[in-house]
Unconditional design. Structure first.
Length: 342
C-alpha cells in the first residue's frame, strides 16, 4: 500500500539527494571500533643523564652494584607491566574491529538499495517521476519516499560508524603508546644490566687473587668477594696440609673437613662435616656454570668432595698419605654434581 502522502516532507529531487549522499559516504568506511576502557601506561624511565664514574674501591663498587641491581629489578617490573598493558590494548583493538564490522554490515544493505534507487531515477531521465503522478510538489512519489527513508537510515548508521572510527583510532594510539613505553623500558633495562655487568667485571678484577700450588704447579684464580670466594681463599691457605681422616683443621683435614673449616673462618660456622649433608645445602650448580668457591662432589655415593678454584681445577684433601692440593677436574671420571653455599 502506498505511504501516506501527509507524512512526506518536501525535499530536493531524491535522485540528486541520493547521489550527493553516496558521494559523501564514499565506497566503504574504514574499519571502526568501539572504544575500550582506558588503562594505565607504565611510566617511561627518566632520561639518562651523564653517567657518573664508577667507584674504584671494593666497598664503593659493592654499593654501586646494589643500587644498579635495585634499578634493574624496578625496570624489569615496569617491563612486565607494559607486557600486561599491551595485552589489554591488543584485546581492545580486536573488540573495536569486531564492533566496526558489525556497524558496517548494518549500513551495507541500505547503501546498496539507495544506490539502486538513485541509479534507476537517473537512468529514467524523468524528474517528474520523483513527485506524485500529477507532478504536485505537495507530496513525493512512492519511489522518492522510499529513497528518503533509505537515506535517513544510512545517515543514522553512518553517525555510529564515525563514532566507532574515532574510538578505533584512540585504541590504536593507546596500543602504540604502550609499545613505545615498552621499548623505552626495555632499552633502559638493558642499559642497567650492562652497567651491572661492568661493575661486576671491575669488582672481580679488583678482588681477583691467583695462587699457585707448589707441588702440582696448577694455579687457582679466585674472583669476587662473595662468601664462597672468601671461603675458597681461606682454604687455599692450607695448601700442603696433610690429609687426616675425620680432621677439620686447623693443621690437617679430610675432604669435607677442609670445607667446614674454611667456611667457619669467613663467618659461617657449624656446617655438617659430611659430604651427603653438605650436598643438600645451598643451590645446585651445573658444571658449565661453576665458579670459584662452588663445592664439587664425586662418586655415586658422594664419597669425596672439593672446592672449585677456577680454570677447570679444584682444591681437595685427597686421601691418606697425600696433602691439600689443586687438581684438574678432568682427572675425575666420577663427577657427581656441585652446589653453592652462600
Amino acid at each position: 500500500m502506498a505511504p501516506d502522502p501527509h507524512r512526506r516532507r518536501r525535499i530536493a529531487p531524491a535522485a540528486t539527494a541520493a547521489a550527493l549522499l553516496l558521494t559523501g559516504l564514499g565506497a566503504t568506511a574504514p574499519v571502526a571500533a568501539h572504544a575500550s576502557t582506558p588503562f594505565g601506561l607504565a611510566a617511561a624511565p627518566p632520561a639518562a643523564g651523564s653517567p657518573s664514574p664508577l667507584p674504584t674501591t671494593e666497598k664503593g663498587l659493592k654499593q654501586s652494584l646494589k643500587e644498579l641491581n635495585d634499578e634493574a629489578e624496578t625496570l624489569t617490573e615496569q617491563f612486565n607491566k607494559t607486557r600486561v598493558d599491551l595485552g589489554h590494548a591488543v584485546k581492545a583493538e580486536k573488540a573495536a574491529t569486531k564492533y566496526a564490522q558489525q556497524l558496517l554490515a548494518k549500513t551495507e544493505p541500505a547503501r546498496q538499495r539507495l544506490a539502486q534507487l538513485a541509479a534507476a531515477n537517473y537512468m529514467s531521465g524523468a524528474p517528474d517521476a520523483i513527485f506524485t503522478s500529477g507532478g504536485s510538489a505537495d507530496g513525493l512519489s512512492d519511489s522518492a519516499y522510499l529513497q528518503q527513508n533509505q537515506a535517513s537510515t544510512v545517515l543514522a548508521l553512518q553517525k555510529q560508524v564515525d563514532q566507532a572510527e574515532a574510538a578505533q583510532r584512540t585504541a590504536q594510539e593507546r596500543t602504540e603508546q604502550v609499545k613505545q613505553a615498552q621499548a623505552k623500558v626495555q632499552t633502559a633495562r638493558k642499559a642497567a644490566k650492562a652497567k651491572v655487568g661492568e661493575v661486576m667485571k671491575r669488582l672481580d678484577k679488583l678482588t681477583t687473587t691467583h695462587t699457585t700450588d707448589p707441588k702440582s704447579g696448577l694455579t687457582a684464580t679466585i674472583k669476587g668477594s662473595d662468601l664462597p670466594a672468601k671461603m675458597a681463599r681461606k682454604a687455599l691457605t692450607k695448601l700442603g696440609s696433610p690429609y687426616v681422616w675425620g680432621a677439620a683443621g686447623p693443621s690437617s683435614f679430610d675432604c669435607s673437613g677442609l670445607v667446614v673449616w674454611a667456611y667457619a673462618q669467613v663467618g659461617k660456622p657449624g656446617l655438617p662435616h659430611y659430604t651427603g649433608d653438605l650436598f643438600q645445602l645451598g643451590t645446585k650448580v651445573s658444571r658449565s656454570e661453576l665458579r670459584a668457591g662452588d663445592l664439587v662432589y664425586f662418586g655415586s655415593n658422594l664419597h669425596h668432595m672439593g672446592i672449585y678454584v677456577g680454570g677447570g681445577s679444584f682444591l681437595q684433601a685427597p686421601s691418606t698419605g697425600d696433602v691439600v692440593k689443586i687438581t684438574k677436574l678432568s682427572t675425575r671420571s666420577d663427577y657427581a654434581g656441585a652446589n653453592r653455599i652462600s
